[in-house]
Each structure stands twice: as C-alpha cells, then as structure tokens.
Ligand binder design. Structure first.
Ligand SMILES: Nc1ncnc2c1ncn2[C@@H]1O[C@H](COP(=O)(O)OP(=O)(O)OP(=O)(O)O)[C@@H](O)[C@H]1O
Ligand SMILES: [Mg+2]
Length: 392
C-alpha cells in the first residue's frame, strides 16, 4: 500500500511506503498468515466428512480456532455446510437459543422458505425479520421465556439435523465448549449429548482454550460427553517450517532475519504460535521504524524487553491478585516446572506443605496461568515468565 504523507504547512510532501506488518496475532489467521498444519487439517476434514465427531485438545494459543477455520474452508469446498459457534460470549440459555438459531439460519440460502417450517419445528418462538443498516434482511428468532422450556431447548438443539434434511451434510463447530458447564444446572450437557448421539447428517467439533476443563468433559466416565468424539491433540508448529515462515516474511517486506535468530524468536516464545507472531510483529515494527534492514541480536533482545514492558501493568495486576502461596508457586515454576510436588521442590522454594502447593497449582491451572504438559508445569505466557524472573 502506498501512503502519501502531506504536511499541513503544505511545503514539503514526502512519500513513504507503508507496508502492513506481515505478522498477525490475537485473531484467527487465514491465507498467507497461516502456515503448516497440513496433516492436522487433512485429519479434521477426513474425520468430519466421514460423519464422526471430533474434540481438539491443545493448550492456549496454539492455533485451534485458526486450524478449524482452515478445515471449515475445505469442508465447504466439498459441499458440507459449516456453522461456527463460540460459547464464550453466551451468558445464559436464552441467549444460547437466540444466537445459535441465528448462526444456523444465517447459513441458509433462501431462508424465507424456512419460516413456515420453523413455526412448526420451534413451537413457542417468534420469528422476526430484521433489516441491517445496509438494507440486508435477516431472520431472527425471539424466545419469549427467560428460561427456555426443555421442549424449546430440545427443538433448538435438533435444528441442525432438521436443516440438513436427507440430502445435506452439516458440521457444527463449538468453540470454547467448556463454557457449557455454566449451564449445567439445566442439564444442558446431558441433553446436547443425547441429541448428538442420535444425529445422522450432522458432525460436531468441540474445542476450547481451557484444556483441563475440556479434557475432564470428554475423558471422565461420569460426564455425559465421555467417549462421544474422536480426540485429536494439536502440538506446537514444527520448528523448521516456523523458521522458514519467519525468515521469508521478513524477506518479502525487504528485511533480513537469519535462521539462527528465527530460532531464537521461537525459543523466546516457547514455540507457541501466538507469542511467535507477537514477538516477530514487534521486531518487524521496530525495524520498519528505523533505517536498519537486518534483525540483530540486540534488536531481538530489546524487542523481548519491550513486549514485557508493554504488558507490565497487566502482568503486575495479574500477579497482585494471587495469594501468597500462588505467588510463590508461580515464581518457582518460572524457574523450573518439574517435580513440583516433591519434597526437594518444596524445600528449594520454601513452599510449605504439598497440599497447599496442590491447591495453588489447581487455581493457577484453572486461571490459565500455568499449564501441565507431559507431567511437568510451565508458565503459559512466556513473557509473563520473564516478568516473574525479573521480579526482585
Ligand atoms: N497455523 C498458524 N500459522 C501462523 N500463525 C498461527 C497459526 N496458528 C496460530 N497462529 C498464531 O496464533 C494466534 C492464535 O491463534 P488462534 O486464536 O487460532 O489460537 P487458539 O488456540 O484458538 O487460541 P485460544 O486458546 O486463545 O482460543 C494467531 O492469531 C496467530 O498469531
Ligand atoms: Mg480459540
């Protein structure tokens, strides 16, 4: 993109190339911003087009949502309609019914034909036609009861199967699915499970950022979703492909990043895709604002410090909110996350009793501050870890 900069005094007119930062973080990445995950995409597509359900496990910010969007694009190419539904902003069951039906209806071509059927399928609801500012008409359902009756809830959950009919295939993606436990008092989980069990033309994908909760939902015998879906674990992006991605994105925008420094970016970000892109974006921005063309060790170091410094207030607040025991434990884990319940660890970091360490570890895990992987713990955000290590 070419940007003309015109000074207000009207004397000097300078021109500068304004290039978009080639690194993106914090939202779903698509197209050239998304790399690798070919095998994972193929497996998701095959499982769902084969009519099975799938649950995706991965720690926070590994790229679950982006991966599912990539798979949805391929499924749509195969003629399978995909509906993405995020549980995070949903605050109660009525809200769920309203937003879920809306997502389902949005995907229907010629939804006008559906109106009469809906009156039959969802008795007690009121269809509303809304007009957006640009004049587009949309169909919305109004749920008069503040708590939907079990019949209405069941009809709403059955809607994908009705819409699919006999000649269509649908895939429903439930993101941040662990949030359904907030509705548990209404036996929502059990009802959804029974609907899913009897589906014929609809496959479901479940994912979420609170891995421990999602894991419990699908692997504990006592839970309704136990054994209801094939499971897939997503790992970090492969190192060589990540290094190629980083070096080529710098190169394409006129800068140079050595393989060695690309590896250091991955290392400083603990290999987590979100943090890799965040740090690379910071380095790129610093380079773009200078006369330099080459990423150096010192630029990398100063960019890391800058990321920590930019998030300092947030980190300080996060840390302040923790109890004394949680503070001690998270600082200990920033140093070393192995054998945290052992006597040696307790003594080394003056943690008191094992039971209080266990309690603190549970809370820190629930809050997503630490994560457990292959038996050992680590601080989920590598820059928060640096913040903790820098504390006096
Ligand atoms: N395949 C990929 N290629 C490049 N960058 C990626 C990829 N996957 C993820 N990222 C980076 O990670 C960020 C987070 O991705 P995404 O939101 O898909 O992850 P998530 O696992 O769903 O996160 P959360 O746990 O917060 O829900 C993206 O904005 C992007 O910067
Ligand atoms: Mg996500």
């Amino acid at each position: 993109m070419l940007l003309s900069i015109i000074r207000f005094d009207g004397r000097a007119v300078s021109r500068k190339y304004c290039i978009m930062n080639p690194f993106q973080f914090g939202s779903v990445v698509r197209g050239e911003h998304f790399f690798d995950r070919r095998e994972e995409t193929a497996r998701i597509v095959e499982t769902l087009s084969g009519g099975n359900n799938l649950v995706l496990f991965a720690p926070r910010r590994y790229g679950k949502t982006s991966l599912v969007f990539r798979a949805m694009a391929e499924l749509e190419n195969r003629g399978i309609t995909c509906i993405y539904f995020d549980f995070l902003p949903i605050y109660d069951l009525r809200d769920f019914c309203r937003v879920y039906t809306q997502r389902l209806l949005e995907k229907q071509k010629g939804w006008q034909k559906l109106v009469s059927k809906l009156a039959d399928w969802l008795k007690g609801t009121r269809p509303k036609i809304t007009l957006s500012a640009d004049g587009k008409a949309a169909l919305e359902l109004d749920f008069p009861e503040s708590v939907p009756t079990p019949e209405i809830l069941e009809s709403v959950l059955n809607l994908p199967e009705r819409i699919a009919g006999d000649d269509r295939r649908l895939v429903v993606v439930f993101d941040e699915f662990q949030e359904v436990s907030r509705f548990e008092k209404n036996r929502f989980e059990a009802l959804l499970r029974s609907i899913i069990q009897h589906r014929k033309h609809v496959s479901y994908v479940f994912l979420g950022s609170k891995t421990h909760l999602l894991n419990a939902m699908f692997t504990e015998r006592s839970r309704p979703f136990f054994n209801s879906a094939a499971t897939m674990k997503i790992s970090k992006l492969p190192l060589n492909e990540t290094v190629d991605f980083l070096t080529s994105r710098f190169e394409k925008t006129g800068f140079s990043l050595s393989t060695e420094l690309a590896r250091r970016i991955v290392e400083a970000s603990d290999g987590v895709p979100y943090y890799i892109q965040l740090l690379a974006a910071e380095i790129w921005q610093n380079l773009n604002g200078s006369e330099e063309k080459v990423v150096t060790d010192s630029l990398l170091d100063s960019s890391i410090s800058q990321v920590v410094s930019l998030k300092k207030d947030y980190y300080a607040e996060l840390y302040d909110r923790l109890s004394l025991q949680q503070k001690k434990l998270v600082r200990a884990i920033a140093h070393c996350g192995e054998g945290i319940f052992s006597t040696a660890f307790t003594t080394r970091f003056s943690l008191g009793s094992t039971s209080s360490t266990q309690k603190a570890a549970t809370v820190l895990t629930e809050q997503g501050i630490i994560e457990k992987e292959n038996g050992s713990f680590h601080v989920a955000d590598p820059f928060f870890r640096r913040f903790l290590l820098d504390l006096p």
